[in-house]
Design a protein around this ligand. Structure first.
Ligand code: TYM
Length: 344
């Protein structure tokens, strides 16, 4: 079969994204990613998974991993993903991801990975003690995306560099193996005011699962009281809100709260400023707290309801994995043939 020309990419639009099962999901995950998943499922064929292979790149308690996967799945469902519309699955149930990642390890260049800022941030001063998996993390991410020939990847701003690497890998594979157009060059969907939500305690660092301060983030499972209190305590400055967006420059906390308001309300940041211009945070915060409670409050309750029935969640993940493999297996088979494997 090696003389057969590789099938070119047919141009079908397809969404793929995922979240790691490593700690509580927060407002940044919700606005940067989950909210977009629920919307996009009605616009394009959509694959959303839980990245439990990626979770192993840093120490993860084996006793907790499976329940963490169920928790992320519950968050997907509670924020509007419909398993009858989108394909929802766990990465570890689709071995094609890891197999394609090996081939991509041989396509990606060391110099490309050396530039990845997420690795530098996560490894910190202890690069030598980091797992090799943490270093090649973005290569597995490229395999996640390209094994479905996905064209659109909804993610927060922090994932943009990994998407650029994915495009580089796709392009080099297509070129080196003389398979023009085999893999699409996927686009990161990072538009909107929710793409980079910052910590509530420090507007200079992003809201993150790993921040030691729980007051730095609003968790999807926080109740109304906790949400209001965290917004009340959020760091601000002493100035009034300006009329124009440009005048928020140099005020990261103010910028963040206006951005969160806009993202939760589905409005532009400029529109929010026009409403609050000339007012202080004493006016903005209570309204932001009410808005956050009305949007986020019901999600935690729905997650708890769904998690009470893990069998149903596992059923959804099982059916999703079957559907995912129907798409991933033919891509991998074709890749094996293209690279000339004996088993290809
Ligand atoms: P993870 O679990 O770290 O983050 C999940 C999603 O949440 C977004 N995000 C944010 N968005 C806005 N503001 C924030 N403060 C914020 N913090 C996190 C992330 O950008 C992400 O979209 N590498 C991915 C997981 C992954 C993946 C993939 C994604 C593995 N393979 C393939 C897309 C396609 C990640 O960092 O997940």
């Amino acid at each position: 079969m090696t003389d057969q020309a590789p099938a070119p990419f047919t141009g079908k639009s397809r969404v793929l994204s995922g979240v790691q099962p490593t700690g509580d999901l927060h407002l940044g995950n919700y606005l940067g990613a989950l909210v977009k998943f629920a919307r996009l499922q009605h616009e394009m064929e959509t694959f959303i998974f839980v990245a439990d292979l990626h979770a192993l790149t840093e120490w993860t308690d084996p006793k907790k991993l499976k329940s963490n996967v169920r928790e992320i799945t519950a968050a997907y469902l509670a924020t509007g993903l419909d398993p009858k519309v989108a394909t929802i699955f766990a990465q570890s149930a689709v071995p094609e991801h890891a197999e394609l990642a090996w081939i991509f390890n041989c396509v990606a260049r060391l110099g490309w990975l050396d530039r990845m800022t997420q690795f530098k941030d996560k490894a910190g001063k202890h690069k030598e003690r980091s797992s090799v998996g943490l270093y090649t993390y973005p290569v597995l991410q490229a395999a996640d995306i390209l094994v479905y020939k996905a064209t659109h990847v909804p993610v927060g701003e922090d994932q943009r560099q990994h998407l650029e690497l994915t495009r580089d890998i796709a392009q080099k594979f297509n070129h080196d193996f003389e398979a023009p157009g085999f893999f699409p060059l996927p686009e990161a969907l990072t538009q909107g005011p929710g793409a980079r939500i910052m910590s509530l305690r420090d507007g200079a660092v992003k809201m993150s699962k790993s921040d030691p301060s729980d007051n730095s983030r609003i968790n999807l499972t926080d109740d109304a009281d906790a949400i209001s209190q965290k917004i009340r305590k959020a760091k601000t400055d002493a100035e009034l809100l300006p009329e124009k967006l440009d005048d928020l420059a140099g005020r990261p906390e103010a910028q963040n709260l206006v951005g969160v308001y806009a993202a939760l309300a589905g409005r532009t940041a400029q529109d929010v400023l026009t409403e609050f211009a000339g007012q202080g945070f004493g006016k903005l915060k209570p309204q932001l707290a009410d808005l956050a409670v009305s949007v986020m409050g019901p999600i935690g309750g729905e997650m708890r309801r769904l998690l009470a029935d893990p069998v149903e969640i596992d059923k959804i993940l099982g059916a999703g994995a079957e559907r995912a493999r129907e798409v991933a297996a033919p891509t991998l088979a074709e890749v094996k043939r293209i690279v000339g494997y004996w088993a290809g």
